[in-house]
Design a protein around this ligand. Structure first.
Ligand code: 5GP
Length: 127
């Protein structure tokens, strides 16, 4: 089943300027802004400007230019927020939730860049 993109999702509205956001980075194909409900001192969302529902949709259908731009934007956010472990930062976690099992709230691809504190183990043990 192909993905169907809901153009009324909140990040689509942010991209169209219908809802205010304070971008921390904008590139040709990507936008990054702080999460409205931060889970850590650093909690930035990086989204592609194109209509991709989740990571695998983007990975399979985005152009190489979009993929490179998005990947570089994530790297730039790590640099801007000072979390890069290779540059003296304390590290970070990238999360891309997808679908019901991934508990994705907003159906527009976004990567969470989390850092600024010890984030704990990735998941509780499988029950
Ligand atoms: P998900 O669960 O889909 O991976 O995460 C969606 C994220 O979007 C949540 O962390 C939530 O706090 C954030 N979010 C939802 N609505 C808005 C909004 O209007 N502005 C911003 N900046 N973040 C939002």
């Amino acid at each position: 089943m192909a993905y169907s993109y809901d153009a009324q999702n909140i990040f689509a509205k942010i991209l169209r300027g219908e809802i205010p956001s304070a971008p921390v980075l904008e590139t040709e194909h990507s936008l990054a802004f702080n999460d409205i409900n931060p889970q850590a001192p650093v909690h930035v969302l990086v989204i592609p400007k194109g209509p991709y529902v989740c990571y695998d949709h983007f990975a399979m259908e985005a152009s190489e230019a979009e993929i490179v731009d998005f990947t570089r934007a994530v790297g730039e956010i790590c640099k801007m927020t000072g979390v890069q472990p290779g540059e003296g930062g304390n590290g970070f976690r990238l999360i891309a939730n997808a679908g019901p099992d991934g508990v994705q709230e907003v159906p527009h691809l976004h990567v969470h860049v989390l850092g600024g504190r010890v984030l704990g183990r990735m998941l509780p043990p499988a029950g």
